[in-house]
Design a binder for this molecule. Structure first.
Ligand code: CUA
Length: 155
């Protein structure tokens, strides 16, 4: 079978891109430690509001510039929807939903996780610059989805 020269070049280029993509994923996963956030635990969505730590949502100072923000994502608000931390803080967000699937994406950081009923989601972000960092629900969760947001105030 005869293959045109240009066609051969494009086939080789396409093959190379495929190999590069797979190698890139391999380097990211095995060397750079890139990974999809995995569930930090399981929780019964029906008893979420009485199960620690979600019985007392809010910010906890863990010392040494580290904080934990326990946040409930429910239709259609985050509770709490604002936390305040000092510059240089590292905040681990611990999230859960009592109803439907929500999302959590924090602008200006890599924090991006789904909040699925029945599981506890965790992401960590460090805030080296003062300002306000908006977070939003990025999974369509119904009528009030667009008003599901919150913010981190860094001073
Ligand atoms: Cu919650 Cu969209």
């Amino acid at each position: 079978m005869r293959i045109e020269a240009y066609e051969r070049i494009f086939m080789i280029l396409a093959g190379l891109m495929l190999v590069l993509g797979i190698v890139g994923i391999g380097i990211g996963a095995l060397v750079a430690g890139v990974h999809v956030p995995s569930p930090a635990g399981r929780i019964d969505p029906r008893t979420l509001s009485t199960t620690p730590p979600f019985d007392q949502p809010g910010l906890r100072d863990l010392g040494g510039g580290k904080y934990e923000a326990v946040v409930i994502a429910r239709a259609w608000q985050f509770q709490p929807n604002e936390i305040q931390v000092p510059v240089g803080a590292t905040v681990t967000f611990t999230l859960a939903s009592p109803d439907v699937i929500h999302g959590f994406v924090l602008t200006g950081t890599n924090a991006n996780v789904m909040v699925i009923p029945g599981q506890i989601s965790q992401v960590t972000a460090r805030f080296d610059q003062p300002g306000e960092y908006l977070w939003v629900c990025h999974e369509y969760c119904g009528f009030g989805h667009h008003q599901m947001y919150g913010k981190v105030v860094v001073r």
